[in-house]
Design a protein around this ligand. Structure first.
Ligand SMILES: *[C@@H]1O[C@H](CO)[C@@H](O)[C@H](O)[C@H]1NC(C)=O
Ligand SMILES: *[C@@H]1O[C@H](CO)[C@@H](O)[C@H](O)[C@H]1NC(C)=O
Ligand SMILES: *[C@@H]1O[C@H](CO)[C@@H](O)[C@H](O)[C@H]1NC(C)=O
Ligand SMILES: *[C@@H]1O[C@H](CO)[C@@H](O)[C@H](O)[C@H]1NC(C)=O
Ligand SMILES: *[C@@H]1O[C@H](CO)[C@@H](O)[C@H](O)[C@H]1NC(C)=O
Ligand SMILES: *[C@@H]1O[C@H](CO)[C@@H](O)[C@H](O)[C@H]1NC(C)=O
Ligand SMILES: *[C@@H]1O[C@H](CO)[C@@H](O)[C@H](O)[C@H]1NC(C)=O
Ligand SMILES: *[C@@H]1O[C@H](CO)[C@@H](O)[C@H](O)[C@H]1NC(C)=O
Ligand SMILES: *[C@@H]1O[C@H](CO)[C@@H](O)[C@H](O)[C@H]1NC(C)=O
Ligand SMILES: *[C@@H]1O[C@H](CO)[C@@H](O)[C@H](O)[C@H]1NC(C)=O
Length: 871
């Protein structure tokens, strides 16, 4: 590597003898032809003009060899390479224009991160005989690699990695024989190129590249032979990445001859069995990645001879057994990843000897016992993940042992940014030091989902300057524990606090009334505690508040007028308390960003103010189980978010909490849908619901509700609605749940209801509906008679009550009716749902944002399930 760098540096210093005149007209013309073929050359190639010396153009480097001035390097790499806005600055068009073949002295060509539009690499590239460096990674070329590349016998550096992000991956047609000619190659990266056609021959091909130092063939569909009938020549090889290829379950024995390796990556390669003792032959290894295989323990003791190892990743294997103490010999380790290795037993105290560790991941194992205090000796530790284990005992133990001399483990950490002990099985009181001592750089604390008990301190006595609450703490999460006591009022002084989550504990007393102006708090979750009293009016000073959860407490009184100052609120959950008075009119005038309003199970009374309908973004309205009276305002047909069938994600609010496995950080809310109360979190933003059930509402159901084509759940049950079900209900095309039971509705069930393709939970029972139950389409799938019970004047096949008493309908039309009914049963099963599914697919096909969010949602759900399963 060093040698290569030196030689490369040498050739660039030569090249740097840039000349100001004397660019040959032929070469200048060739470059202008190239520019002409590039579709959007404006910014990067603006200096390329007909008159000037081409050696001064950006990206062009010339070389003067005894008076012969030639273009030696062309660096048109995308300046935003590897950044998210990469495509904004990508050049596209014919970047490999045949005119380049006139640049016969070209030694370096770098087109990385541009866009060749899925074209193959043209054969003429093989004529650039002087090329030392060819960098075509991330260029979106596809098709076959031309064997003409084998003409580039001077090549030292070839990077063809990760192309075809839009089209087929590039392929090697039959063999890689052309590579054999590139005998000066020191760096070869063909990752993400399909090399399956090369079969086993690729090894002998590579073996004829004696100068090779770095070989990266990640994700190449390679067959990796278990043994070789040739002598390995690759004595210079220092880097080998064969991750994500086809290994034949065991480690190939020839690997152990590559004793010069500094870095070996074989992640995700379906390797099985034990790691052979020969791993100890690779005595120079600095990086070893064997993650995501099916390796079994125990590890060979020879691995502990690899004294130079800085990064060891064995995560997602089945090592079993306890954490091997031999690891303590690896005194240069900077990263140790043993996540999900089926480790059992305690964390050995000797871990504290690995003082160079920066990243330590032991999550997703079955480690038990206490967290040893010696972890506190890892002064360089930047990330520590112990989550999802069976650790128990005393969290204070590892700090307290040294408290006589030190103010605690946290204080030893000079630059710790976040502590995440989420779901680690800790059962203990919160130690006093936790409140009093900390590093001054700490940003985030997550101790959620443990069994931490004891009281919050009465006051956050703060031996300034180093306490947890100054000056930077922005993220405090102690949810899902057994913490009791009152909320200390000095929490109001944490001016940097953004997220504050004490939910699901046994905290009592009142919410402190000291909230100052200028606070950064955007997320407050005090739900599921025993808080009482009123919401203090100073909460109105939290003008950045976006998420306010006070649900499931004993809070009472009216909502303070000052709350209307919290105009950024997105989600408000005050459900299951004893709040009273009107649902304030100002909600509809002030909380203009509101997405979800949950006031369920309180004592709110009076009319629903029509102003609520002004909230364009409101998509969850849960006012159920109060004593609201009067009609539903017609303005409820105005909710734009419920009219629209697309969804907008909630903003991310913990982007700075890097390395967190913070599942408490995800917004969540309990909602009743299809008759069950469910917790929605990652997909909350997709939910659209109106629940006004169990109130004293009256009047007719406004036909304006029919505009809400995006609504999924409408629950108006247990009220005093009268009149007919409006026909317009058939326009609520996304409705899945409709509950109108226990009202005084009369008249016919509108036939239009059968148009609701997604409807799968319907309840019209206990009303005064009459006439024939409509059939066809979706209604046919809802064949449960209980949907309609206690409507004495309804009739129809489903409830076994003929509609033909005395009616003069003749037999043939009855038969016709039966036949069409049967047809519609088929149709509803086959078509009704199919149409439903189709609409989803079509939606997914055409609406990019939706598609992304849908798939991201699936990913997240999948990840969450994965984690849960491990737990
Ligand atoms: C190239 O180098 C020669 C000496 O080898 C020098 O005379 C000549 O001026 C240089 N040309 C340019 C354009 O710098
Ligand atoms: C090519 O350009 C990229 C910038 O995108 C740079 O990182 C890379 O080092 C260059 N390649 C070579 C071989 O110099
Ligand atoms: C160049 O073209 C590519 C592909 O068409 C496009 O993504 C990119 O935004 C364009 N860049 C500029 C600078 O116009
Ligand atoms: C380059 O290689 C191809 C195929 O290997 C060969 O047919 C061709 O003659 C070579 N071209 C030159 C200019 O050497
Ligand atoms: C090893 O490399 C040398 C050139 O350094 C070459 O002559 C020899 O054939 C190679 N051996 C094998 C087995 O490819
Ligand atoms: C590996 O090295 C051993 C001796 O050290 C030798 O016998 C064997 O042939 C070598 N294997 C390969 C594939 O080079
Ligand atoms: C760890 O360090 C302690 C001294 O702090 C030493 O006594 C012990 O032998 C070391 N353990 C190992 C396994 O190196
Ligand atoms: C406490 O500090 C002393 C002095 O630095 C150190 O030797 C000892 O290992 C520490 N104890 C623990 C449990 O970290
Ligand atoms: C808002 O904060 C100020 C101090 O910044 C305080 O005087 C005032 O009482 C607070 N407002 C409310 C409504 O409590
Ligand atoms: C309705 O609210 C009361 C208290 O106000 C509560 O006891 C009851 O469980 C709630 N019912 C539902 C279905 O939420």
């Amino acid at each position: 590597m060093l040698c290569w760098l030196t030689s490369h540096a040498l050739c660039s210093t030569e090249a740097v003898k840039v000349v100001s005149e004397g660019c040959s007209p032929a070469e200048r013309d060739a470059l202008l032809l190239l520019k002409a073929g590039i579709r959007n050359s404006s910014a990067l190639l603006s200096s390329w003009a007909a008159q000037a010396d081409c050696c001064a153009w950006s990206g062009v480097v010339c070389r003067n060899r005894s008076g012969d001035v030639r273009v030696a390097e062309l660096n048109l790499q995308n300046p935003n390479a590897e950044q998210t806005n990469e495509y904004d600055t990508a050049l596209s068009g014919e970047l490999l224009n045949p005119s380049l073949s006139s640049l016969t002295a070209l030694r370096s060509l770098n087109l990385s991160y541009n866009d060749l539009g899925g074209a193959p690499i043209p054969a003429f590239v093989g004529s650039l005989r002087q090329l030392r460096v060819l960098d075509l990674r991330w260029c979106n070329f596809a098709g076959n690699l031309p064997p003409h590349l084998g003409n580039l016998t001077n090549l030292r550096y070839l990077d063809l990695k990760s192309n075809s992000f839009l089209q087929d991956r590039p392929r090697v047609d039959s063999s890689l024989d052309w590579l054999k000619a590139l005998s000066s190659l020191t760096y070869l990266d063909m990752s993400d190129v399909d090399l399956s056609a090369a079969a086993y021959n690729w090894v002998s091909t590579i073996n004829s590249l004696p100068a090779l130092r770095q070989l990266k063939l990640f994700l190449c569909n390679l067959d990796v032979p278990p043994s070789l009938d040739l002598e390995l020549n690759l004595t210079s090889l220092t880097t080998l990445d064969l991750s994500l290829n086809r290994f034949h379950s065991t480690f190939p024995n020839w690997l152990w001859n590559l004793t010069g390796l500094l870095s070996l990556q074989l992640g995700n390669s379906r390797l099985q069995g034990q790691l052979p003792p020969e791993i100890g032959n690779l005595i120079n290894l600095v990086n070893l990645d064997l993650s995501l295989n099916s390796l079994h323990g125990p590890l060979p003791t020879s691995i502990w001879k690899l004294k130079n190892l800085a990064n060891l990743d064995l995560s997602f294997n089945f090592l079993g057994d306890s954490l091997p103490t031999g690891i303590m010999n690896l005194s240069s380790l900077s990263t140790l990843n043993l996540a999900n290795c089926s480790l059992t037993g305690p964390i050995p105290t000797e871990l504290g000897n690995l003082t160079t560790l920066k990243y330590l991941y032991l999550d997703l194992n079955s480690l038990s016992g206490r967290v040893p205090g010696e972890i506190g000796k890892l002064l360089d530790l930047a990330q520590l993940d112990l989550s999802a284990n069976s650790l128990r005992g005393n969290i204070s133990e590892f700090h307290i042992s040294n408290l006589t001399r030190f103010p605690g483990w946290l204080r030893w950490q000079h630059s710790i940014k976040s502590i995440n002990l989420y779901n680690t099985g800790i059962e203990d009181t919160l130690p006093e030091w936790f409140w009093n001592s900390s590093s001054s750089t700490i940003l985030a604390v997550d101790f959620s989902r443990n069994k931490i008990c004891g009281a919050l301190p009465t006051s956050l006595e703060r031996p300034l300057p180093s306490t947890l609450f100054t000056p930077h703490l922005s993220y405090l999460i102690l949810s899902h524990n057994h913490i009791n006591g009152r909320i200390p009022s000095d929490v109001c002084d944490c001016m940097r606090l953004e997220r504050f989550n004490l939910s699901n504990n046994q905290i009592f007393g009142e919410i402190p009334g000291c909230w100052p102006e200028g606070s950064l708090l955007s997320f407050v979750h005090l739900g599921n505690n025993m808080l009482s009293g009123e919401i203090p009016s100073s909460v109105g000073n939290l003008t950045r508040l976006e998420f306010l959860h006070l649900n499931d407490n004993n809070l009472s009184g009216r909502l303070p007028f000052s709350l209307q100052k919290c105009s950024q609120l997105l989600v408000v959950d005050l459900g299951d308390n004893k709040f009273s008075g009107n649902v304030p009119v100002w909600i509809g005038q002030s909380w203009l960003q509101l997405r979800a309003l949950r006031l369920r199970s309180n004592m709110f009374d009076g009319d629903i103010a029509p102003q609520l309908g002004q909230l364009r973004d409101l998509q969850i309205v849960d006012l159920s189980n109060n004593t609201l009276s009067g009609p539903i305002p017609d303005s409820f047909g105005n909710f734009s978010a419920l009219i629209s069938t697309s969804a907008r994600p909630l903003p991310p609010f913990f982007t700075m909490f890097v390395g967190s496995g913070d599942y408490e950080g995800i917004e969540s809310m309990a909602l009743v849908t299809k008759g069950d109360q469910l917790m929605f979190s990652t997909i909350l933003y997709l939910v659209k619901t109106i629940d006004l059930s169990s109130n004293n509402l009256s009047g007719e159901i406004p036909k304006e509700l029919g505009y809400l084509a995006g609504l999924h759940t409408l629950n108006l049950s247990r009220n005093y609605f009268r009149g007919e079900i409006p026909d317009d209900i058939g326009r609520m095309g996304s409705l899945e749940t409709l509950d109108l039971s226990l009202n005084c509705l009369s008249g016919r069930i509108p036939q239009a209801m059968s148009e609701l393709n997604y409807l799968n939970h319907l309840n019209l029972s206990y009303n005064n509906l009459s006439g024939e139950i409509p059939f066809g389409n979706q209604l046919q799938t809802l064949d449960d008679a209980s949907i309609y019970i206690s409507n004495p004047y309804l009739c129809g096949v489903l409830i076994n009550k003929s509609c033909f008493n005395g009616n003069n309908i003749n037999a043939s039309s009855e038969e016709y009716g039966m036949a069409s009914q049967m047809l519609s049963i088929y149709l509803s099963h086959a078509l009704g749902f199919l149409i439903g599914l189709w609409s989803v697919f079509v939606l997914l096909l055409f609406q990019k944002d939706w598609r992304n969010s849908y798939f991201k949602m699936i990913d997240k759900v999948y990840e969450a399930t994965k984690i849960k399963m491990r737990n």
